[in-house]
Design a binder for this molecule. Structure first.
Ligand code: C2E
Ligand code: CA
Ligand code: CA
Ligand code: CA
Length: 279
């Protein structure tokens, strides 16, 4: 491809080629990373606002490249979603998280909910219901402690069979959360028809506290409407005491955010849980 660099047309196609080549390269590296077990799961605490206790954790995938170090999911999940790799990664994260959760239970950590992200593409392409049943049976982790996080687009893009799918997940005992709420186009009234347990308010609304009155009204309204629909409400990306005070005042149920902890490797998360037990 070296001698294609002459003439205007070739410049354009070379640009495209570089972008495309980078994508293909990353895809190949990601495939290898999965085989060589370079993926791992970090856990971010979910905290009950009233008691201050950790009641759950969100499982967040990480790619630790031996040369580059930590590669954030924003760099590789979108590429995985364009290929079938997201199915492999999603299945691996689910299995890893349930095995870890069961290990924590048998080693005496108090039961907490573990939340796993499900990509819209996974919903579309693979049988999540059967997969979850298999993974729960193999790991022994209780379905009642597993929560699946689905985004609005996951629901909107799978309208035909999503209701049936969510119903069968719920009848297994699995909990369902709507992730990044407020970033899509669905209304709470529309979501009301789906069998959800938790509504996660997107960080962008939390960022507004206490700087924008409108933003705060929106956050407060989402909390109130979520409760009206019988949902637990979790705030994402809480970083300051002001934000936490506001959420407490508005009776938000739980939160995640750097103010408590960044996502942690499994061992460090377990240590944090142990220090909570000692308090
Ligand atoms: P998400 O599901 O919305 O996850 C929350 C993201 O917010 C995480 O980023 C988390 O580290 C970050 N976060 C949490 N608290 C704070 C805070 O107080 N301040 C700030 N600035 N950020 C905070 P992360 O781990 O980089 O993940 C990014 C996205 O990648 C996730 O967004 C999710 O969409 C996707 N992702 C991560 N793991 C998986 C996975 O296993 N499967 C799938 N399908 N997607 C995943
Ligand atoms: Ca999530
Ligand atoms: Ca989210
Ligand atoms: Ca997000």
């Amino acid at each position: 491809a070296k001698d294609q660099g002459r003439g205007c047309f070739a410049y354009f196609s070379e640009d495209l080629t570089i972008a495309a080549r980078e994508r293909i390269e990353l895809e190949a590296r990601l495939r290898r990373a999965i085989q060589q077990q370079e993926l791992c799961v970090y856990y971010q605490p979910q905290v009950d606002i009233a008691s201050g206790l950790i009641v759950g954790a969100e499982a967040l995938v990480r790619w630790i490249d031996p040369n580059e170090g930590l590669i954030p999911p924003a760099r590789f999940i979108p590429i995985a979603e364009e290929t079938s790799l997201i199915e492999e990664i999603g299945e691996w994260v689910l299995r890893e998280t349930c095995n870890q959760g069961q290990y924590w239970l048998v080693t005496g950590l108090p039961p907490i909910t573990l939340a796993v992200n499900i990509s819209p593409y996974q919903l579309k392409r693979c049988d999540i219901n059967a997969l979850a049943a298999t993974v729960l049976a193999e790991s022994g982790f209780p379905a009642q402690l597993l929560e699946l996080e689905i985004t609005e687009s996951g629901i909107m893009e799978n309208q035909d069979n999503v209701m049936e799918l969510l119903d069968s997940l719920r009848s297994q005992g699995i909990r369902l959360a709507i992730d990044d709420f407020g970033t899509g186009y669905s209304s709470l009234a529309y979501l009301k028809s789906f069998p959800l347990n938790v509504l996660k308010i997107d960080k962008r609304f939390i960022d507004d506290i206490p700087y924008s009155k409108d933003g705060m009204e929106i956050a407060a309204t989402i909390i109130a409407m979520g409760h009206t629909l019988g949902l637990k409400v979790l705030a994402e990306g809480v970083e300051t005491p002001e934000q936490l005070a506001f959420l407490r005042e508005r009776h938000c149920d739980t939160y995640q955010g750097y103010i408590k902890s960044r996502p942690l490797p499994a061992k460090e998360f377990a240590n944090l849980m142990h220090s909570q037990l000692d308090d």
